[in-house]
Design a protein around this ligand. Structure first.
Ligand SMILES: C[S@@+](CC[C@H](N)C(=O)[O-])C[C@H]1O[C@@H](n2cnc3c(N)ncnc32)[C@H](O)[C@@H]1O
Length: 310
């Protein structure tokens, strides 16, 4: 199954893609959104595509080869966005996209360790050249630390019992072994969600420091935008959406002093204007055609010119 880009038209419209524009896709994946941005910015728009995953870099490079020197694809973590963008000559850009989380080619390959349904090693890293895999967290962390990860990032009410069961079942080597251990605690579950979904989500977030990378990248993205440039972020769970929402709220205010402070003393100046007071959600038709889009939320902001400044 090829990766189907989520909220594609909404992203192109939201970024107001135009010929000659400079764009950054910070999560280029299989290149679906990037391809549409390059088409909409024809004949001379340019795009920098970034991904931590070497397979994404390969897939996107193949898909986008026909755009020649209008496109550059780089393997990097988007927490280094400003450094990579400046190095590649992408400054004062017109639009930046983050489409967070994993792509179909990652979840569908059991070797990557993201899947709850096909057995594979406990990896879950986007960048397999760096850091600790899920195996390390599952088999090495103290029970308390593991419980905290599952509770905080998975918002899993049975986190402590799951962590205890994991520690007792060590060593756990594969995704299906882990899913079984979790299921013994949670029961078979009801509805669509696999009972180990929250635990897997929590481990994935921790392994890739997903929230830390997002927090680090958002201010860099605003900094890189030209006045009038647009930032679009698609998130797939409430923790990342909350980070985007709070960042947008804070950065769109001239003062961020606590409400009890009578006179502003922070000196903060708004850097963006929020275009989407409420996130854009996929239509029922899109969810039916692409169930992965179900939980997607798109937020868009525009860089503003500082009053009295540059
Ligand atoms: C949902 S997919 C993007 C799909 C893409 N928009 C498309 O249309 O094909 C998310 C991508 O972000 C990458 N990714 C996740 N976190 C990252 C990070 N911190 N830095 C760079 N890439 C990251 C993943 O490897 C994955 O390829």
């Amino acid at each position: 199954m090829p990766h189907i880009p989520v909220l594609l038209n909404e992203v192109i419209e939201g970024l107001t893609v135009k010929p000659g524009g400079l764009y950054i896709d910070a999560t280029v994946g299989a290149g679906g959104h990037a391809e549409a941005i390059l088409e909409a910015s024809s004949p001379d728009g340019c795009l920098l595509g970034i991904d931590a995953d070497e397979e994404a870099v390969r897939l996107a490079s193949e898909k986008l080869a026909r755009f020649g020197d209008r496109v550059v694809i780089v393997r990097a973590n988007f927490s280094d966005l400003a450094f990579v963008a400046r190095r590649e000559g992408f400054i004062e850009v017109d639009g930046i996209l983050f489409d967070l989380g994993f792509a179909s080619f990652q979840i569908e390959n059991p070797e990557r360790g993201f899947s709850l349904y096909a057995d594979g090693p406990l990896d879950m890293r986007y960048d397999r050249s760096k850091g600790f895999s899920a195996y390390h967290l599952v088999n090495r962390l103290k029970e308390k630390e593991l419980a905290e990860i599952i509770r905080r990032y998975g918002e899993e009410p049975k986190a402590h019992r799951i962590a205890r069961a994991i520690v007792r079942a060590r060593p756990i080597r594969t995704t299906l072994e882990l899913a079984r251990v979790v299921e013994q605690v949670t029961g078979p579950g009801r509805g669509r969600l696999h009972p180990a979904t929250r635990t897997f989500l929590a481990l994935r977030i921790a392994v890739n420091d997903e929230l830390g990378a997002l927090r680090a990248a958002l201010p860099q993205a605003v900094e890189l935008l030209a006045p009038g440039g647009r930032l679009a972020v698609i998130s797939f769970h409430s923790l990342e959406d909350r980070i985007v929402k709070e960042f947008f709220r804070r950065e769109s205010r001239d003062c961020i002093c606590p409400p009890e402070v009578p006179v502003c003393c922070c000196g903060h100046k708004a850097t963006i204007r929020v275009i989407t007071p409420k996130p854009i959600r996929p239509s029922p038709e899109e969810v039916e055609a692409n169930p992965r889009s179900r939980s997607a939320r798109l937020r868009i902001a525009e860089k503003i010119t500082q009053k009295g400044g540059g």
